[in-house]
Ligand binder design. Sequence first.
Ligand SMILES: [Fe+2]
Ligand SMILES: [Fe+2]
Length: 272
Amino acid sequence: MRMNILFLGDVMGRSGRDALTKHLPALREQWTLDFIVVNAENATSGMGLNAEHAKQLLSLGVDCITLGDHSFDQREMVNYIEQEPRIIRPINFAKSAPGRGFGFFPTSSGKKVFVAQVLGQVFMKKNFSDPFSALDSVLSGVNLGNNCAAAVVDLHAEATSEKMALGHWCDGRVTLAVGTHTHVPTADLQLLDKGTAYQSDAGMCGDYNSVIGMDKLEPISRFVTGMNKGRFIPASGIATLCGVIVEINNSGFAKKVSTVRFGGKLDQSSLQ
Ligand SMILES: [Fe+2]
Ligand SMILES: [Fe+2]
């Protein structure tokens, strides 16, 4: 049976939320999507995710929301993540962090999709624990084609080298291992040796006339002067939806993977 999963990268502020609201319900039909994963660590004012915006994304047909290093920038997520099992934070965020870092989520056909998120260590502000052993412990419970029809790992990291190493670490164990956090789509979408689809960064769902989704004036000013003059504000132009669509075979591995860059500056006329 054919199954399609859409993964969208970091939703950035109102611009990103508006693009999902406008396009996602129709794309679900048009692209015959069975399951949608969205990274939303920047969906509320570019910093974290509040309950209102989480509900909004879930009401559009998003099946699972992943977060990241900005998981709890909006304080209400500390409680809300315990009430909403469709939201996950990284498996190696902190031992005391609320919520969970992985889950088995139902599709409309009754099959389950496993989703987990892991944080990298290279160039991250906080020293998170070893992502490789953290992945080993959660992936030991994943049996593709048996206890889940597909498995997705969100690699939330800064360095492409670490993301590629993590991707190969997941190869043969999950359907899709895809990077988030850097907000720029990479051109290395591929099927790894043992059947896992991989891309170093899915790209953000945001306005690309910006500096990684923020209005460009303040970031440029900080680089030029070394001083903080104002606040970072999400850029407000039309967003490009960025991510991947994976078609899954009966054994749970990737049969085909395609780039999604829909709308806004990076539009490449949707599905390729
Ligand atoms: Fe991040
Ligand atoms: Fe992000």
